[in-house]
Design a protein around this ligand. Sequence first.
Ligand code: CO8
Length: 260
Amino acid sequence: MTSTPEFIQIRTEGRVGILTLNRPKQLNALNDQLIDELVAALKAFDADDEIGCMIVTGSEKAFAAGADIGAMASYTFSDVYKSEYITHNWDLIRSIRKPVIAAVSGFALGGGCELAMLCDFIIAADNAKFGQPEIKLAIIPGAGGTQRLPRAIGKSKAMDLVLTGRMMDAQEAERAGLVSRVVPLDKLMDEALGAALTICNYSLPSVMVAKEAVNRAFEGSLTDGAMFERRMFHALFATADQKEGMTAFVEKRKPEFKHR
Ligand code: CO8
């Protein structure tokens, strides 16, 4: 990054890049600058050979309470349409190729829930609350909420959340399949870091291909996804790490992956 970010904190732990949303007074409400900073940091980690996995997190009280309502209140259609307000580089988050884990505590609402869903999987603290309350503001979700939420939790529950604007607690979110694990609040970062470090120890090419293949299942047809999976399964036999991984298993030792 060229300048020090104002609304996110960046640190590393081993080969894990950790990004913490940091607008505490506004419950991490998202604005263009925060998203720009987040995208720049994710892209920098994605390009960094020393990094194998990323975590996006917030504060105990809020992962992110949505887009900044105060900033949006007076905008007109042409203001937001012309500037592609707040979503102009949203798809760049989707294009990050290394795994990104969302570690969510507190509120993940509106754009906050959409940001968590844009990550590869969500680990939630037991105080997490998810929702798409945009309907209460006479708008609708604008960054994937009406598309990714039904794919993640099914039509009925997604309609319920989008149309009533109610929040879903961590337990309901886990039952519905939105989050992969729920842990006590004070264990959230340990759990996310444990998962990230596990991923970092695997061969990076296979990790990246696995992410790409699962995203095909989420976004495309079964036939195309299965063909992509088959071809990439074959392609991974060209890596040095595949030889190392299988040889190590046969020799009953730990593999030493070189990420190539
Ligand atoms: N925007 C701006 N400020 C916010 C937001 C927000 N989304 N959420 C909370 N805040 C501010 C409050 O105004 C308050 O500020 P102040 O102390 O100056 O009065 C402070 O954060 C604390 O909030 P509360 O006092 O309300 O705290 P509570 O614990 O009582 O309530 C809630 C917490 C339930 C989270 C409540 O603040 C709330 O309902 N927030 C709004 C949630 C919402 O409607 N989110 C959806 C916004 S629209 C949206 O996200 C569209 C997404 C489009 C794409 C985005 C891509 C990035």
